[in-house]
Design a protein around this ligand. Structure first.
Ligand code: BDR
Ligand code: CA
Length: 307
């Protein structure tokens, strides 16, 4: 199995990514670090602990990270309700305790313990990863890559937002990561808005008649309502797609480019801009996911929930 750290802000779709990371035999979940984003940090932490307890992953270490973006106040996500994980009455309260250190120190400790460079999956604003870059530059060679759900590049006409939440929430952290030399894969809205839970997908989820299946269904039913109101489509499984790429990178096609982030924000604060044609002569700093095989993604997800 591939050892990973998952940095997240649960969040319904983060929650499903956590479930996948725990259940996949292809992944060894070394730890979970939590950032603010979909809700305030304490709520995202509580959600993480409760999810892990519920799925029998109480032994996975959890470290709390940044309570706000690096250079601005926190603007919360809107898709997950006040607790960040509304919809399921069945999650137990957590008995598990947090690691006695900040997320960035936990990442440093874990990297030092590993012989090989480690993969990180990030499914929230990049506050923790950005702060890590600032605090531990000497450990950057120990990060093999970061697979991040974030950004949008307008490669699909139905996407109407100039900015994606994780990028918009902490664009300074994103800039720090983009400039750090870390190998970054960006799983943006261009692909995640194609892994939608609509009626055919619900029908499959409903067939998974287990305790876990029912909780995932509850999450999806809540998540879909807010999604449909704001975007007119079913729930997009943004974060699960990023996690899935560790298990099966052939689910997407990628294209390298130099990526910039708009920090001036005259028209599109936090927008990610890709120089695909290399007109500015700057080196590529990320691989952008441009296409996804949605059916195969869902098959993978169903199988992880079933087996
Ligand atoms: C991203 O923002 C959050 O609401 C989701 O959890 C996902 O990480 C999608 O824009
Ligand atoms: Ca998220």
């Amino acid at each position: 199995p591939t050892p990973i750290i998952l940095d997240c802000d649960p969040g319904h779709d983060d929650a499903i990514a956590l479930v996948m990371a725990h259940r996949s035999k292809a992944i060894d979940l070394l730890g979970v670090t939590v950032t603010c984003g979909n809700a305030e940090l304490d709520k995202c932490v509580s959600n993480t602990l409760r999810i892990l307890e519920f799925i029998g992953a109480g032994d996975v270490p959890v470290a709390a990270g940044c309570y706000r973006p690096l250079a601005r106040p926190l603007v919360l996500g809107t898709a997950d309700g006040p607790s960040g994980l509304e919809g399921s009455p069945y999650l137990p309260m957590a008995t598990k305790t947090l690691e006695p250190m900040h997320a960035v120190d936990f990442i440093a400790k874990t990297l030092r313990e590993q012989d090989e460079p480690l993969r990180i999956v990030a499914t929230g604003p990049l506050c923790n990863i950005g702060l890590f870059v600032l605090k531990y530059p000497e450990l950057l060679p120990k990060i093999k890559d970061v697979t991040w759900m974030g950004g949008v590049f307008y490669r699909k006409s139905e996407i109407i937002t100039p900015t994606e939440f994780n990028a918009f929430c902490d664009p300074e952290a994103l800039k720090i990561v983009l400039d750090s030399g870390i190998k970054l894969t960006m799983v943006g809205l261009d692909v995640t808005m194609q892994v939608l839970v609509e009626e055919p997908q619900y029908a499959e989820f409903r067939k998974i008649d287990t305790e876990l299946g029912r909780v995932v269904n509850d999450w999806l039913l809540f998540y879909e309502k807010l999604h449909r109101n704001s975007m007119g489509v079913g729930g997009a499984l943004h974060d699960p797609l990023a996690l899935a790429l560790i298990i099966d990178p052939t689910l997407v096609r990628t294209r390298p480019a130099h990526i910039g982030v708009d920090l001036a924000g005259t028209y599109a604060f936090g927008a990610t801009v890709a120089d695909f044609w290399k007109e500015r002569g700057l080196p590529d700093n990320a691989d952008i996911c441009t296409e996804v095989d949605s059916d195969r993604f869902f098959e993978l997800l169903y199988s992880l929930l079933r087996d």
